[in-house]
Design a protein around this ligand. Sequence first.
Ligand code: ARG
Length: 281
Amino acid sequence: MRTSRRSATPRRYLMCPPTYFRVSYSINPWMDPGKPVDLALAHTQWEDLRDRYRALGHTVEELPPHPAFPDMVFAANGATVVDGRVLGARFAFAERHGEAAVHAEWYRAHGFRAVREPQNVNEGEGDFVVTASWLLAGRGFRSSPLSHAEAQEYFARPVIGLDLVDPRYYHLDTALCVLDPGSGEPGGRAEVMYYPGAFSAGSRAVLARLFPDALLAGPADAAAFGLNAVSDGRHVLLPQAAVGLFGPLRERGYEPVGMDLTELLKGGGSVKCVTGELRPG
Ligand code: ARG
């Protein structure tokens, strides 16, 4: 296993403050509308993550929150940005439908010229996970398989569909994280970590074929949302409760950075769910 230190590349992220965050409906098994949210704590936790990104040298843009959308803090779901091109979202549940237009408007107002309004249901980076060569795309709970073809055509990158089978891991980014996107050259393979139990047998075999050296997470770290992580190539920001992943990440030369996002977990999301990545052209 590689032990040399990895190098980070500066990233540009999009986050939306949890000003109107609450659990007033349930669209995934983590959401219990009876459970109160400590909004002040949610804010502090969210700010800690934002400030940590900035301290690591990354840019964080802030999307103004909208009072009608309590899940808007999960900014990763609003679009997918690859090579500076934006594929907007189309949400599966009515409660989140209106978020898509708010995101699309933000991109248009911030200099993104290619912004596509999607034809098929896709929940942005919840289900589209980007490497240098491919898009990995989840289906089964939220994004439609038809959105995979749409993304392939729009981004001109091969899309690899993966079937999610466990409702607790309803988005691909709850079960798989790109640690290093690779170079896009033959041999410049991406590195990922994932929880095999979230995938169908066929998709597990596909992942094993594509990523034979992947870091495999166990059920406890997956349930702590340990795969809902963000890597800049060196630092891996992940929920601090996913204790089993820290050692294996260090062995591979990564620097795990534990974050506390317990309030947002009540909505069914953590580090990655609240972080959209704006990948330049
Ligand atoms: N409550 C939100 C939903 O169910 C959480 C979204 C989490 N986001 C993510 N990228 N997995 O839609």
